[in-house]
Write a protein that binds this ligand. Structure first.
Ligand code: SAM
Length: 353
């Protein structure tokens, strides 16, 4: 074991250091229980950090997994111990029949915790249906509450639709996490606005550190707004009380109660304080590539396996299990930069954010 792996391994609680595993865990004892399934790489927004120089190249339709294939992959993951599935993209709601996928998952796996990550531009009008299908949480990505800025960052004038969807989610009492990419020089002056939103509503508002993702990333040091700086600035506007530990429900976020408020404030720190040692997730891209770490370009191609007449789903399940076992630990992002400065070849919308 390398020194860095050993150092990180030593920080894993003793009771999790079981030897490698029959089910779905890795050599460091991390149990994989969370699958992020990207249903499409297409999106109706053109966020400036997501659409880099490879611009509008999409995976051809023939290479995208069918819903049936996705459902069978989830069956395999569940049989290995996955308890939570996040449907993401691209933008999941742009794929035709997306609600059919949610409904089929709910029917096949009634106790599976199904969540959705969305830009919420197409969400209004569907929230009651999602709640009835058992979806208890949605994550909405929103970087600004200002209409002109929204248009500037996303390339579309759709803030109104997002606000309507947010109201609907709150009205139907589905758990809401609002995620904003922290962009110095772009939304740092809106920190009080985001804090007020969390003060007034029972939501988790979380800032994610801007990551250098994808070929020719637009990540620049001067736009990087670290969690440490965000927290110190947030202290000027609110009394923040740390929520103890990173619970399974809070995922990778460090969360704070806001004194006198209904919601919470959170920080997701992939750059300044990565959370590898508690990572419990795998990702599947829309074309069926299994990724065991967001920042590792290593992919296991499941699509040819499940479409192969002699291999099929049982072989794919084995690959998932072996891949999980080799899940990397301690990805030191900034020490593994590509020549163009990125930490991964693909942008988030192609991997599944
Ligand atoms: N369309 C959905 C949405 O908007 O939530 C799901 C996909 S989107 C790629 C998922 C999340 O990744 C969004 O919150 C987006 O802001 C975030 N994201 C994309 N590129 C990022 C980057 N370079 N650094 C940090 N977050 C990023």
């Amino acid at each position: 074991m390398s020194t860095i792996h050993k150092a990180l391994y030593d920080n894993v609680p003793q009771d999790q250091q079981s030897p490698a595993v029959e089910r779905f865990s890795d050599e460091y004892g991390r149990q994989v229980s969370y699958l992020r399934l990207s249903v499409t790489d297409r999106c109706n927004l053109r966020c400036m950090y997501c659409w880099t120089c490879d611009g509008l190249s999409f995976i051809p339709h023939t290479k995208i997994l069918t819903y049936e294939e996705m459902l069978r992959l989830v069956d395999a993951a569940v049989s290995l111990g996955v308890e939570k599935v996040r449907l993401t993209g691209g933008e999941p709601f742009v794929r035709k029949g997306f609600l059919y996928l949610v409904e089929s998952l709910a029917k096949r796996h009634p106790s599976l915790d199904v969540r959705i990550t969305t830009n919420a531009t197409l969400l209004a009008g569907k929230v009651a249906a999602l709640r009835d299908l058992g979806v208890r949480y949605v994550n909405v990505s929103l970087d600004t509450f200002d209409r002109e800025r929204f248009q500037k960052v996303t390339g579309r004038d759709m803030l109104r639709q997002v606000r309507r969807a947010l109201d609907e989610v709150l009205e139907h009492q589905i758990g809401l996490k609002l995620n904003a990419v922290a962009l110095r020089g772009f939304n740092d002056d809106e920190l009080p606005v985001f804090l007020n939103f969390a003060r007034r509503n029972p939501v988790d508002v979380r800032f994610i550190e801007f990551m250098p993702m994808g070929g020719c990333t637009r990540w620049r040091e001067e736009n990087f707004w670290s969690a440490k700086d965000i927290l110190s600035q947030a202290g000027d506007y609110a009394n923040l009380i740390p929520v103890q530990g990173r619970t399974r429900r809070s995922g990778p976020a460090k969360l704070y109660d806001i004194e006198g408020g209904k919601g919470r404030f959170g920080l997701i720190t992939p750059l300044s304080d990565h959370f590898c040692k508690s990572c419990n997730r795998l990702r599947i891209t829309p074309d069926g590539r299994l990724r065991t770490c967001l920042f590792s370009d290593k992919e296991y191609r499941l699509r040819p396996v499940i479409r192969h007449p002699k291999l099929g789903m049982e072989a794919a399940r084995k690959i998932m299990q072996l891949a999980a076992l080799r899940k990397p630990l301690g990805y030191r992002m900034l020490e593994h930069l590509h020549a163009d400065g990125s930490v991964a070849e693909k942008r988030m919308s192609a991997i599944g954010g």
